[in-house]
Design a protein around this ligand. Structure first.
Ligand SMILES: Nc1ncnc2c1ncn2[C@@H]1O[C@H](COP(=O)(O)OP(=O)(O)OP(=O)(O)O)[C@@H](O)[C@H]1O
Ligand SMILES: [Mg+2]
Length: 537
């Protein structure tokens, strides 16, 4: 029997430097979209490329770009347009790795970054520019981005950019690239008919390169939904988090406000999550993404700004806290997991009113999403006990218990062995001061929660932990530094033992809120929630 030989990157005509870059990235064989698109792209043909999420579309255009640009020529030769800033950064990084040994230098250009710095960078002679439409157009109009030497132009997530209303910007960019001898490539996991119109006007005999048109979603992603009442959603989410073995996950909400509110609600329940949405400053967005990519954040709560293209390799779960309004968005959201051969779980919460929306999604993806029942509290505590036991068994088997054994030995002279072990477990799970934790019934919290904020101000309740000798000015300075808002507009109400109230003008509320998430004062975790919400509960 003949075993079919897997095609390798060596079978595609690529220069040694590019192959070296790819092997350093751990790319051994081209993915299906790469096998099909790279040879076509190397021949300068226009391409409409469609393949499922996480199947390597970036390298499908990134490899031909890195191969074809002249690294010795200090001018922009390839322009890549992406719908979001995070994606622009990511695509630029991938191309930089592919072109490392050929010294191809890509530059990401996006809104929210100081324009002067970008203008200086654009003068340095990068060969590949990756950017968001608005900011690219801005530079084009200022004359700081010159496109006369561009030979390749890519619209990554082309359909999304049309949907977001960037048509005019994109057309202006297309018009600024000389038509003679240029190559235009569109890529996305979803290619609606509307794209064809753009293609007809701006592309020459584009070749469609499509991988499995019928299956929009990746089979390695298991898809389930839970039905829950709107008012019980946060509770449901917490149960799911408790039950699931989440390595890293993204939870999607419909609105920026929804994201902020969910993060606050999660933190109030002791779950730590980071928020990502378009109202954060660029610095904050960068910081959040870095923490998430470094694996420091377990759960990212985001709007659809994180739905497209973002590649976090070990993401295990995608949760739709709000069911997406547009079925196409479902495909991209859940595609943040199950990338390049890995498994993933996609969970959607729906209220009884949202079945119709669920059916629309199922029709689009031609797959049934299975219903699951929410775990009961008993299920969860059983599960947690199971986890705890497994962790202990692992420790016992690893047998590096030296010092601890001696302590246990001492204790056993006086105490019962089951009590000693149980106390050790309690200590490990709850910590030494577990009896002192603030809970919702803490009378002091309610007392302070009953006073309302001044007009136009929003009041936050901050749990600053038991910090010795923290002064009001420390807290104000810290908030000002973290959020970038002036210190003199922050009103401090009181520091009371381990919690305090802070008032800020309404327009700054979301910035302050997001900077406080997961932050630390003097090494202690700070958790916040709007005082209002607490009053009502
Ligand atoms: N040939 C390959 N071998 C191994 N890994 C690869 C290969 N090609 C790409 N990858 C990796 O697979 C992951 C997904 O690739 P990429 O982000 O390009 O997917 P995509 O198709 O653009 O997905 P999306 O539709 O979500 O944008 C990335 O981490 C990328 O580095
Ligand atoms: Mg992509």
């Amino acid at each position: 029997m003949m075993v079919e030989r897997l095609q390798s990157f060596g079978d595609i005509q690529l220069s040694k430097q590019i192959v070296q870059g790819l092997s350093e990235m751990g790319f051994e064989e081209p993915s299906p979209i790469q096998q099909q698109a790279i040879p076509v792209a190397l021949e300068d043909t226009d391409i409409i490329g469609q393949a499922q999420t996480g199947t390597g579309k970036t390298a499908a255009f990134g490899i031909p770009i890195a191969e074809k640009v002249n690294a010795k020529f200090q001018a922009v030769q390839a322009l890549i347009v992406t719908p979001t800033r995070e994606l622009a950064i990511q695509v630029a990084q991938e191309i930089s790795k592919i072109g490392k040994y050929k010294h191809v230098k890509p530059l990401p250009i996006y809104g929210g970054q100081p324009i002067d710095r970008q203008i200086r960078a654009l003068r340095m002679g990068y060969q590949v520019v990756v950017g968001t439409p608005g900011r690219l157009l801005d530079h084009l109009n200022r004359g700081t981005l010159r496109l006369q030497h561009v030979k390749m132009m890519v619209l990554d997530e082309a359909d999304e950019m049309l949907d977001m209303g960037f048509v005019d910007d994109i057309e202006s960019l297309l018009k600024a690239v000389p038509e003679e001898g240029r190559q235009v490539m569109l890529f996305s996991a979803t290619m609606p008919q509307a794209i064809r119109k753009l293609a007809q006007t701006y592309m020459k005999n584009p070749q469609s390169v499509t991988v499995s048109r019928d299956e929009l979603t990746v089979p390695l992603i298991e898809q389930v939904f839970y039905e829950t009442r709107e008012s019980k959603k946060v509770d449901a989410l917490c149960r799911i988090i408790d039950m699931e073995d989440i390595g890293q996950g993204i939870t999607f909400c419909r609105t920026k406000r929804g994201v902020d509110e969910l993060v606050v609600a999660l933190e109030a329940r002791g779950y730590f999550a980071d928020a990502l949405h378009g109202d954060l400053s660029q610095q904050q967005r960068d910081r959040v993404m870095k923490r998430f990519r470094d694996g420091k954040t377990e759960m990212l709560v985001a709007t659809d700004v994180a739905a497209r293209g973002i590649d976090i390799s070990n993401l295990t779960h995608v949760i739709n806290f709000d069911i997406p309004q547009d079925p196409v968005s479902y495909v991209h959201r859940i595609g943040r997991t199950g990338r390049i051969g890995r498994r993933g779980l996609a969970i959607t919460l729906i209220s009884p009113k949202e079945y119709r929306q669920l059916r629309l999604i199922e029709n689009l993806i031609k797959t049934r999403i299975r219903r699951r029942e929410l775990p009961s509290l008993a299920d969860i505590s059983e599960r947690q006990a199971e986890n705890l036991k497994n962790q202990l068994i692992k420790l016992i088997q690893n047998d590096r218990l030296g010092n601890y054994r001696a302590i246990v030995g001492d204790l056993l002279e006086e105490y019962d062995s089951t009590d000693v072990a149980a106390a050790a477990l309690k200590f490990a799970v709850e910590g030494a001061d577990s009896e002192e934790r603030i809970d919702d019934n803490d009378p002091d919290v309610n007392h302070f929660g009953n006073t309302g904020a001044a007009p136009g101000m929003v009041r936050f309740f901050m749990n600053i932990g038991r910090v010795q000798q923290i002064r009001p000015q420390d807290i104000i300075r810290w908030i000002a530094e973290e959020s970038g808002i002036p210190g003199n507009i922050i009103g401090m109400i009181n520091i009371y033992d381990k919690f305090t109230f802070v008032e800020v003008p309404e327009e700054y509320a979301s910035r302050v809120l997001s900077c406080m998430h997961q932050a630390m004062i003097k090494g202690r975790r700070v958790s916040v929630e709007p005082a209002k919400a607490r009053e009502n509960s």
